[in-house]
Each structure stands twice: as structure tokens, then as C-alpha cells.
Design a protein around this ligand. Structure first.
Ligand code: HEC
Length: 157
């Protein structure tokens, strides 16, 4: 009787130990999940910085003269008629002056970059989201850089 009672009692600390180890393991895995989740969240909350860095790097290698030719190559001028205003697309004239104020959290370069690669992100008042949506797949980095350089020389009206 006494022997059996002692054995049962000896099993108890082992059970407690196993339970504690299990709780620690599960807790550890849970903490890891939470930690990696907050890292992902931190990454996705910094897209503006990414756009700024990418736009600045592209602009640094842009050639505005070549960009002027590319406006015709990619038929941007089919909608953005050079030297005229219409209700199809905003004119490029004066874009360099307006760009910074269009999207308060973006610099002029980043706004122009975003307007080409992700036009739906910001729709100019009075216009539809009818700009070609897949330029980011069709325009090479160098062409994008040259287009941006050209557009950012468009001052005045
Ligand atoms: C099918 C018509 C169409 C074509 C082609 C087109 N766009 Fe656009 N674009 C628009 C429209 C409509 C808007 C205004 C709506 C918006 O903000 O997306 C716009 C907006 C823009 C803006 C922002 C202008 C501003 O005043 O804020 C830029 C920059 C731009 N386009 C560049 C280009 C470039 C570069 C090309 C050629 C590679 C091009 N677009 C081709 C229709 C077009």
C-alpha cells in the first residue's frame, strides 16, 4: 500500500516537469510566430521608402533626351497629347512643377515613378484610371529612368 503510494507520488513531479517543458515549447513557437509576423509587418509598412530609393536610383541614370523619344515609342502621347490639353489624360507640360504636390508623402521623382508603374495608386482629379496598367512589365529599367528624367524636365505650362 505504502509502496504503491510512493510510486504514484514520484510520478507527479515528472508529469509537472513534462507539462512545463511542453508549455515552454508551445510558448516559444508562439513567440517566434509573433516575432516573425511583426517583422513582415514592418517590411510592408515601408513601401514609400522603397519607392523613394528606387525612383532616386533610376533618375540618377535617366537621360531626358532619350526619354522624349520614348514618349513616342511607348505611345504615351496617344493620351497625353504633347502641347495640348484634353480630358483623356493630364498634360505633361508643367508636370515637374506639380509632381511633388500631387501625392504629399512622395517626392516628385517617386510620384512620377509610381504614376508609370502603378497608375492606380493615385488617380489625378478629373481623370479616370484609364492609363495603361502594365507598363511595369513592358518598360525596361533604363527606359523607365529616361521617361522619368524627361517628365521631370517638363516645367511651365
Ligand atoms: C491609355 C491612355 C494613356 C496612356 C497610353 C498613357 N497614360 Fe499616363 N495617364 C493616363 C491617365 C488617364 C492619367 C490620369 C489618371 C491617373 O492618375 O492614373 C495618367 C497619368 C499619368 C501621369 C501622372 C500625371 C499627373 O499630372 O499627375 C504620368 C506621369 C503619366 N501618366 C505618364 C505616362 C507615361 C510615361 C506613359 C507612356 C509610357 C503614359 N502615361 C501613357 C492615361 C494614359
Amino acid at each position: 500500500m505504502t509502496d504503491a503510494g510512493t510510486k504514484r507520488n514520484a510520478g507527479l513531479p515528472v508529469a509537472i516537469f513534462v507539462t512545463v517543458v511542453l508549455i515552454l515549447l508551445i510558448g516559444g513557437v508562439f513567440l517566434l510566430e509573433v516575432f516573425s509576423f511583426s517583422e513582415e509587418a514592418a517590411l510592408s509598412s515601408a513601401p514609400d521608402e522603397d519607392i523613394e530609393a528606387r525612383a532616386a536610383a533610376l533618375l540618377a541614370q535617366g537621360d531626358a533626351t532619350r526619354g522624349a523619344v520614348l514618349i513616342e515609342t511607348y505611345q504615351c502621347a496617344a493620351c497625353h497629347v504633347i502641347g495640348a490639353e484634353n480630358n483623356i489624360a493630364p498634360p505633361f507640360a508643367g508636370l515637374a512643377d506639380r509632381a511633388e504636390a500631387r501625392h504629399p508623402s512622395l517626392s516628385a521623382a517617386a510620384y512620377v515613378y509610381e504614376s508609370i508603374v502603378n497608375p492606380a495608386a493615385f488617380i489625378v482629379e478629373g481623370f479616370q484610371n484609364s492609363m495603361v496598367q502594365n507598363f511595369k512589365d513592358r518598360v525596361t529599367d533604363q527606359d523607365l529612368a529616361d521617361l522619368m528624367a524627361y517628365l521631370l524636365t517638363q516645367t511651365g505650362s
